[in-house]
Design a protein around this ligand. Structure first.
Ligand code: 9GV
Length: 276
């Protein structure tokens, strides 16, 4: 039979803080589970996006988008954004500990974090060589979004994606970073902050562990530096949506996806998110 230490048990040492920390095996499991969920909830693999990177829209196709009316293009983008957000909701539900949070906190974290994760994920679909992003099956520059009349928002979205893309995160680093973006205990309207903080702590350890293993500890600081920009981008998106909703209330009311309105609108009745 194996001795205690071989079985993985350690003699209790009251001095060591080890017992208050999860085992490194547990952290490895948390990382692996988050990376698997990320892979299962991104519509394209990095190599697929790489293979498509020179498939750009023709002048005619760009012109077609630019000829759309403001409300038509907004509706089109709202549908695309809601597609991307749906995958983020699925990703969140698979983060270890997320489903154990109370429903109110799961919704509060998604309301404030899902757009931030979509923006972080956008760096996967970005081509820094020609400043294009994968949208509707091809790579598009900012000019394609002209009819949204949100030039400042689109420019900021592209800037953010460009800067993050330049950090060249691996899929594992991005997976764990996006889980951290969602598990933010400082979000408004949380009922059990301590619980969110406890779930977050294991993911923080997972990110540090991965960056240490990749010999890229300096990335941690760079990633945390980008978080305030994420917040301002989401605030700008909400501001534009309020502006658009004033101009086209019916479009938002009857043509925007329900999930989009629940997450980004001031709608309080959360139907889509609560259906498991
Ligand atoms: C994230 N998973 S993935 O496999 O890498 C992956 C790769 C590509 C796509 C498809 N592209 C998009 O969805 C997309 C691209 N670019 C955008 O903006 C530049 C998008 C998109 C969705 N909404 N918005 C958007 C956001 C804010 C705004 F004001 C207007 C539009 C989806 C998913």
């Amino acid at each position: 039979n194996m001795s205690g230490s071989e079985m993985g048990f350690r003699p209790f040492d009251p001095e060591s803080s080890f017992f208050s920390y999860p085992t490194s095996l547990h952290i490895e499991e948390v990382s692996a589970s988050i990376v698997r969920s990320h892979r299962e909830t991104t519509q394209y693999r990095p190599e697929e996006l790489q293979a498509l990177r020179w498939k750009v829209f023709s002048r005619e196709e760009i012109h077609t988008y630019q000829s759309k009316s403001v409300d038509e293009m907004w509706q089109h983008c709202a549908v695309r954004l809601t597609d991307a957000v749906q995958y983020v909701v699925e990703f969140a539900k698979r983060i270890p500990g997320f489903r154990q949070l109370c429903q109110n906190d799961q919704i509060a974290l998604l309301k404030s974090g899902s757009m931030e994760v979509v923006l972080v994920r956008m760096s996967r679909m970005f081509n820094t060589e020609n400043n294009t992003v994968f949208f509707d099956g091809k790579f598009a520059g900012t000019e394609l979004f002209k009819s949204l009349s949100c030039g400042d928002l689109i420019a900021a979205v592209f800037d953010f994606a460009h800067n993050l893309c330049a950090l060249r995160l691996t899929e594992q680093q991005m997976a764990v970073f996006t889980a951290l973006v969602l598990l933010n205990a400082d979000r408004p309207c949380l009922e059990d902050r301590e619980r969110v903080q406890r779930v977050r702590r294991d993911v923080e350890l997972a990110l540090s562990h991965i960056l240490l293993r990749d010999n890229q500890e300096s990335l941690l600081h760079k990633l945390y530096q980008r978080v305030p920009v994420l917040k301002s981008l989401c605030a700008l998106h909400m501001e534009k949506l309020r502006w658009f909703r004033q101009l086209y209330p019916l479009t938002v009311h009857s043509l925007f996806p329900p999930l989009y309105k629940e997450l980004f609108g001031s709608d309080t009745d959360i139907q889509t998110l609560t259906t498991h």
